[in-house]
Structures are given as structure tokens and as C-alpha cells.
Ligand binder design. Structure first.
Ligand code: PSU
Ligand code: MN
Length: 304
């Protein structure tokens, strides 16, 4: 655990939890600031924290506010992340700049995982990972989530990678980068908004106890220098034909408007939320809640 300093602030419950070795679940903030529309974003952020507590763990939502890294957010902090207009989107490479300039940013999977590990937290729940974008062979757009997870000992519970991505290419990159993937009660890689992306995965687990055993074994065989991904499919998926249509129109619109870099993912998610009349939002919320619950169960079951 890092020492108390003016650049790192722990919430009271996270600080106590770390000292006492209690189960803690890291939560990202980009999904709050840039992944979900207002006002639902704040409601969901609160509910997700409540779910983690109900399942016996301590929530540690991570963000940078006015140059201070926060591990665990107060109600006021959570409101700031959800509602302030000056919250940037920070990947790992942006963290030092945000801190040094005293500005504020929500943290992506890459940045959240980095800060969680720094704080001594090893279980992390999110919605869908970033990955290789469609057309990446031209644009080179691949999320830094992948390279970050290749060097961090963290378990990430997610509904696969976002369906806006090139899922097959992302799975190949996960393999190359040494990032293990297990399907929770499935051998199909989840497709974020969709239960099944159409790609199969090699390893399927049936229980939280099995995941806890894998976590122990990772340390024993020394493969815990890279992340473990627990892919948890959404139960009630988005209507497939509207998913396909909205994705096609979103990709075309992004191209037309010259959307590139870190703006691509928020743009496409926003397009989904606007065009699906609440359906993608409902699914996105289901995903993050289910992942938070499973992450807390894993944190509780993990041998310390
Ligand atoms: N999952 C969601 N909503 C999101 C994200 C993930 O359900 O907004 C965010 C995560 O923070 C992830 C980021 O790290 O999108 C990926 O962005 P990019 O493709 O620019 O790396
Ligand atoms: Mn990108």
C-alpha cells in the first residue's frame, strides 16, 4: 500500500479495509463520466457501490480530482465525477500530467487498474474492456487497456470487450500479451451488449471458488505479472438486430465526423444510448451491476 501523501487520498473505509486486509473492489470512473449519460450515471455509480457492500466488500471507485488521486470516493466526489464538466478521460500515461497540473480526470480501465495495484487492490469490476478497434490495421487504434493489463497483477471482471470493437483481434492480442481469460459459466466470449460475441474461449469456470483457486495458483506458478480477465456475460442482452443497425450507423457517423483517438469509445457508446431508446443503457447498467456483484464475491472468496 502506498503511503499517505498529498497526491493520493484514500476514503476512510478503503484505508481501514487495506490495513485490516478486508475484501476491496476497485471501480473505474470513466464509465461514470464518459460512458453513461446524466443523470443516470450518478444513480448507477451509487448503486454499484451499494452492490459491492451488499456482497461483503468495500468499493474503491478511483478518479483524479483537482490533482489528487482518489482511491474510494465520498458522496461529494462521486457527484463531482458524474456532473462536473471539466473531468477529462485519463489513461495511464495521462495520470502524472493530470496530477501535476492539478486538473481532474476519470480513469479508464488502464489507469484504474494501475492505481488499484499501486494501492494494493487486486480485484476490479468494469463494464467492458477496451481493445482493438475495427479498422485498427489502418488506424492503429488499440486501447491501452490491453498493454496495461499485460503488466498488472489484477483480476478484472467484465462483460468481455465492447462490441464496438474487433473482438477477434482483441482476443488474439490478449493471448499475445499473456492475459488469461476465463468465462464465468460460459465458454463463449461475451459481447458486452450481447451475451455471446460469437467467439469461443478455452477456459470456463462454474463458481467463485474455482476463480479463487486460479488466483492462488497464479501466484504459485508466477503468472500473476499479467491480469486475469473474468468474462461475465449479460443475461438479458440487447436486441441483436437493433445492435447491428446502431453499430453500423455509429461507425459510419464516427468516420464521417472524423472522430479519432480517445473520443471514439465515448462517441459510439453515446450513439448507442441515443439510438436504442434506453435499451443499450439498460443493458450497460445490468452489466456493471452484475460485474460488481461477482467481483465482490471473488474478493470475499480470495485467500489472503
Ligand atoms: N466500459 C463501459 N463503459 C465505458 C468504458 C468501459 O461499459 O465507458 C471505458 C473504460 O474506461 C475503458 C475505456 O477503459 O472505455 C476504453 O477507452 P479507449 O477505447 O479509448 O481505450
Ligand atoms: Mn483508442
Amino acid at each position: 500500500m502506498i503511503e499517505a501523501s498529498s497526491t493520493i487520498h484514500y476514503s476512510e473505509e478503503v484505508r481501514e479495509g487495506l490495513i485490516a486486509g478486508k475484501p476491496i473492489v476497485a471501480l473505474e470512473s470513466t464509465i461514470i463520466s464518459h460512458g453513461l449519460p446524466r443523470p443516470q450515471n450518478l444513480v448507477v455509480a451509487r448503486e454499484v457501490e451499494a452492490i459491492v457492500r451488499q456482497h461483503g466488500a468495500i468499493p474503491a471507485t478511483i478518479a483524479v480530482l483537482d490533482g489528487v488521486v482518489h482511491i474510494g470516493l465520498s458522496e461529494t466526489d462521486l457527484e463531482a465525477v458524474a456532473n462536473r464538466d471539466d473531468i477529462a478521460k485519463a489513461s495511464g500515461r495521462d495520470l502524472a500530467i493530470v496530477v501535476a497540473t492539478g486538473t481532474s480526470a476519470a480513469t479508464t480501465v488502464a489507469a484504474t487498474a494501475h492505481l488499484a495495484v499501486l494501492a494494493g487492490i487486486s480485484i476490479f469490476a468494469t463494464g467492458g474492456l477496451g481493445g482493438v478497434h475495427r479498422g485498427a490495421s489502418e488506424s492503429f487504434d488499440e486501447s491501452a487497456d490491453l498493454t496495461a493489463l499485460s503488466i498488472l497483477d489484477i483480476t478484472v471482471i467484465c462483460a468481455g470487450v465492447k462490441s464496438i470493437l474487433d473482438v477477434g483481434a482483441t482476443l488474439e492480442r490478449l493471448e499475445t500479451l499473456g492475459i488469461a481469460v476465463v468465462g464465468y459459466k460460459t465458454a463463449s466470449f461475451p459481447g458486452f451488449y450481447l451475451t455471446d460475441s460469437g467467439f469461443t474461449i478455452e477456459h470456463r469456470v462454474e463458481s467463485v471458488a474455482e476463480i479463487a483457486a486460479i488466483l492462488q495458483a497464479r501466484a504459485m506458478v508466477d503468472t500473476n505479472h499479467a491480469a486475469l480477465i473474468v468474462a461475465n456475460p449479460v443475461i438479458d442482452e440487447m436486441d441483436r438486430s437493433s445492435h447491428e443497425k446502431i453499430l453500423a450507423s455509429g461507425l459510419a457517423l464516427a468516420k464521417e465526423n472524423g472522430i479519432t483517438g480517445k473520443a471514439v469509445t465515448p462517441f459510439l457508446l453515446e450513439h448507442f444510448h441515443a439510438k436504442s431508446l434506453g435499451e443499450s443503457l439498460r443493458v450497460n447498467i445490468d452489466i456493471i451491476k452484475a460485474n460488481a456483484a461477482l467481483a465482490a464475491d471473488i474478493a470475499v472468496a480470495k485467500k489472503r
